[in-house]
Design a protein around this ligand. Structure first.
Ligand code: ASC
Length: 148
């Protein structure tokens, strides 16, 4: 038993560097994965948007829950833009300007983390401000790297 646990731990240790690097059998799977993460992210982001725009009443806990979902999903799509996964709504510029694309992704993750912090605080003014800034980072990438 002890030995089995040790073996499992060694295997887990060997595999952990790979965990950050997504494994997709086909390019199409990577396209589906990243599209799905963006769809779910957008659903939760726009629920916060409705509050920010005054279309829905401000419920602190709901905004915080939506921001937490967005913040955890924000880390996911990038691993699915690996070499050879061109397709879907992604423009080929993503692979030609990988550093610039990565910088945009980092900026977005940071802005979303700030929205999440604001949402946890429950301060609506801070939520509005950070929501706007986060939305700009979504838009910047869409303008440059998403098919119209
Ligand atoms: C959303 C959504 C986006 C961003 C972007 C902000 O609600 O689905 O992609 O905001 O439109 O400009």
């Amino acid at each position: 038993m002890k030995k089995q646990v040790m073996i499992s731990a060694v295997i887990a240790g060997l595999l952990s560097p790979l965990a950050a690097q997504a494994q997709f059998a086909k390019a199409e799977d990577a396209v589906k994965y990243r599209s799905a993460t963006f769809v779910v992210m957008a659903a939760h982001f726009s629920r916060i948007g409705a509050v920010v725009k005054g279309e829905k009443p401000f419920n602190k806990d709901e905004v915080a829950a939506n921001a937490a979902v967005v913040a955890s999903l924000a880390h996911l799509p990038w691993q699915a833009f690996g070499p050879g996964t061109e397709g879907g709504k992604a423009l080929p510029e993503i692979w030609k300007e990988a550093d610039k694309f990565k910088a945009g992704a980092d900026k977005m993750e940071k802005a979303i983390a700030e929205l999440n912090t604001a949402a946890k605080s429950g301060n609506l003014d801070a939520i509005k401000k950070t929501f706007g800034a986060a939305g700009q980072t979504c838009k910047a990438c869409h303008d440059n790297y998403r098919k119209k």
